[in-house]
Each structure stands twice: as structure tokens, then as C-alpha cells.
Design a protein around this ligand. Structure first.
Ligand code: TXA
Ligand code: MG
Length: 357
């Protein structure tokens, strides 16, 4: 067991001298092969020195993650991309110009600098330049290249607060930098530029349309659109069950009044058996649920501003775990700007259990 330290960042937007000192200490720990969890604008990451194979092995062990699932390399300066990618095609420059720093990961050919332990044995490398100030300062303090998956135990919802990270990884890593709640709440969009045409391997806050605007021939990896397709997903991580709460999650889909009615009936049925239930709904639909089930309702966010749903989704799933909820019924949250990303995470969390009404 490691005694995991918690460094609370005093001001994540304007780092104080104390913050810089703590980030410096965390950078030294990374340089000497240790692991540090840190905030990014998407979710908390579990960082190790991306160029040190031993650090990457420790990341897999701490998360309990299959070692064929490659890690994203985080950089803070564009020049550093040129040190690890074999080729930086024009499309990569366009994406970086438009969306970096920010919630976008680009897959390029690896020039061999990043070890196979980090890339899960692939000859490509995933690279992201986060916008979070704590993340950028840590990357620089660590020498420029941090490998970081989401800082959760493999299979659990990604962490959006330092307390989530402590819950999963306390005793397994050297320290956590607590920069408060993350901004976005869902992991970065991943774009693969190593194929004939650009392909989105994981939907995120940077939407398909935003990417299509700058790369008109972009497509989705077929495995995202049709999870039952025979073709394996190009991002190895997308094949695993993910984000799963301990209770059984069912997504209920259809016209909103019919959905509310069905979710209410399902909840009442389970309550009769003595089970604990939770209902995930959008603020707009509150009036559709009567008093008998109100106590079990959790408003995830506002459908008309679905960034709020993205922001809270994983935290709500973890809340239900804490309350030991047995059955969770969720609205589908699929009519907004972020619906591709939200649906992708929600359906995975549900193991694709959908009730159409
Ligand atoms: O927002 C994010 O991307 C967060 C924060 C911490 O930056 N990180 C994150 O990492 O979500 P992780 O490890 O949970 O997800 C990385 C995904 C996995 O599905 C993995 O298979 C895929 O990226 N991936 C990484 N390298 C790849 C590569 N070379 N080719 C294809 N997929 C890759
Ligand atoms: Mg993850």
C-alpha cells in the first residue's frame, strides 16, 4: 500500500506559488517513475511518464486495465508532437490549430520514442493537449509527456472529482492533485488520422459536425454507430464494458410522457420487491414523475443545455453506487448537441440494455 497524498490546488485558474510548488513536487514524482492523478477539462487522468515503460506498466496495474488497451500521451506544447509522431499530416495541424489545447485526441504514427508499453503494442500513438492549467503545468514539470488514462478502476465510471479518484485509487498511487470538479465530464473525442480518411473512434465534447467543418471527409468508426457490428472498434478500449454502475442500468427510450410512465411503473415494480431504485431524468421532465417515485428521481441536467448532463453523468452513476441502488432507469438524453457522446457512454454503462416504449 502506498500512502496516497492529496495536494489541493488553491486556485486552479491562477496557480498560486504554493500550487506551483506542489505541481513541481508531483512532476518530480512522475520523473522518478511514480504515478500522479490530476485534473483535466474532460475527466481526471492517472498520469505516469509516457516515455518510461515501467511507469506505464504501473498504470495498468493500478487501474486493473488490460495491457492491450493503449494510453493517451498528454503534451503541453505543439512542438512536442513532432518529437513523438512519425509524420504530422496537414489534417493533424488543422485539428490542433482548431481544437488544441482542448478535449481532442489525435492518433498518429509513432516514431518509436513512445514505448510499446504505453501504446499497448500498437505502432500508432494517441496524443492530446489538454487546456486545463493544472494539467499543462504538470506536463511541463514532468518533462513534457504524460501517459494518462482516466483515473478510475477499470470498468467504473470515469472520475470527475478528486474524491472519485481517491475512492478508486487511494493506496495505489503516489498522489492526487485536487483541482476541483472537471469542466466537461466526458472523455476527449478521439480522431484517428492513420487510415485513408479521418475517423472518429470515440465521440466527445468536440462533435462530429465540428470536426466535419474542418475535415469534410471524416467518418465515424463503424463500431461506434453499430456496437453489434462484427468489426472490432479501432480504439481497443471501446470494446470493453465501461462506466458500469454496480446496479443494473436500463435506458428507456421513446416519447417523453411514455418514457416517464414506463420508468415510473418499472420503479414501482422493483420497489415492491424491496429493491432500491434510482431514476435518471432531465430537469425539463420533472413534472412527469409523480410523488410516489419523486424520492428516487435524480435530475442529471438540462436536456436543452446537455453539457450539464455530460458534466454530471458519471458522478450520478457513482452516487447510485454509494447508495447501493439495485436498479437504475434512465431517460436517453439523446436530443441535444452532445447526444452522440452521451449516448455512447450511457449505453456502455447499461451494457446496451434499452427498453423502447
Ligand atoms: O479525455 C481523455 O481522453 C482522458 C483524459 C485523462 O485525458 N483520458 C482517457 O483515457 O479517456 P482512457 O485511457 O480512459 O481512454 C483512451 C482511449 C481508449 O479507448 C484507448 O483504446 C484509445 O483511447 N487509444 C489510445 N491509444 C490509441 C491508439 N494508438 N489507437 C487507437 N486507440 C487508442
Ligand atoms: Mg477510461
Amino acid at each position: 500500500m502506498i500512502d496516497t497524498k492529496l495536494f489541493v490546488i488553491e486556485d486552479p485558474e491562477n496557480l498560486t506559488a504554493k500550487d506551483i510548488e506542489n505541481i513541481g513536487k508531483a512532476g518530480d514524482i512522475l520523473k522518478s517513475g511514480g504515478l500522479i492523478a490530476f485534473p483535466t477539462e474532460t475527466v481526471y487522468g492517472l498520469g505516469g511518464d509516457a516515455l518510461n515503460p515501467e511507469s506505464s506498466k504501473k498504470i495498468y496495474a493500478a487501474k486493473g486495465r488490460p495491457s492491450d488497451n493503449p494510453l493517451i500521451v498528454h503534451i503541453a506544447d505543439f512542438e512536442d508532437l513532432l518529437k513523438i509522431a512519425d509524420e504530422v499530416p496537414a489534417e493533424a495541424r488543422v485539428l490542433a490549430d482548431t481544437f488544441w489545447p482542448g478535449p481532442l485526441t489525435i492518433i498518429l504514427k509513432n516514431n518509436g520514442t513512445v514505448p510499446r508499453e504505453t501504446t499497448g503494442g500498437l505502432d500508432t500513438v494517441a496524443v492530446r493537449m489538454p487546456s486545463d492549467k493544472v494539467a499543462c503545468a504538470l506536463i511541463r514539470a514532468a518533462g513534457g509527456f504524460i501517459a494518462a488514462p482516466s483515473a478510475n478502476t477499470s470498468g467504473r465510471p470515469s472520475p470527475t472529482k478528486a474524491s472519485h479518484v481517491m475512492e478508486d485509487l487511494s493506496g495505489r498511487i503516489e498522489a492526487v492533485l485536487d483541482g476541483g470538479d472537471v469542466d466537461i465530464g466526458l472523455e476527449s473525442t478521439i480522431v484517428d488520422l492513420t487510415g485513408k480518411t479521418p475517423a472518429i473512434l470515440r465521440p466527445g465534447f468536440i462533435t462530429f459536425d465540428m470536426i466535419k467543418n474542418v475535415l469534410p471527409d471524416v467518418t465515424y468508426d463503424p463500431a461506434i454507430i453499430n456496437p453489434e457490428s462484427k468489426e472490432p472498434p479501432k480504439a481497443p478500449g471501446m470494446k470493453y464494458r465501461h462506466y458500469a454502475p454496480k446496479g443494473k442500468l436500463t435506458v428507456v427510450k421513446g416519447e417523453k410522457t411514455a418514457v416517464a410512465k414506463a420508468m415510473t411503473e418499472l420503479a414501482k415494480e422493483k420497489l415492491k420487491t424491496g429493491a432500491k431504485v434510482g431514476l435518471m431524468i432531465s430537469a425539463e421532465n420533472t413534472g412527469l414523475y409523480d410523488e410516489t417515485v419523486r424520492p428516487f428521481v435524480r435530475i442529471v441536467g438540462e436536456q436543452f443545455n446537455d453539457g450539464t448532463i455530460a458534466h454530471n453523468l458519471f458522478a450520478v452513476l457513482r452516487e447510485f453506487d454509494e447508495k447501493e441502488v439495485d436498479f437504475i432507469f434512465s431517460e436517453s438524453f439523446d436530443s441535444g448537441k452532445l447526444s452522440d457522446a452521451i449516448t455512447n457512454r450511457l449505453l456502455k454503462a447499461a451494457g446496451y440494455d434499452v427498453a423502447e416504449v
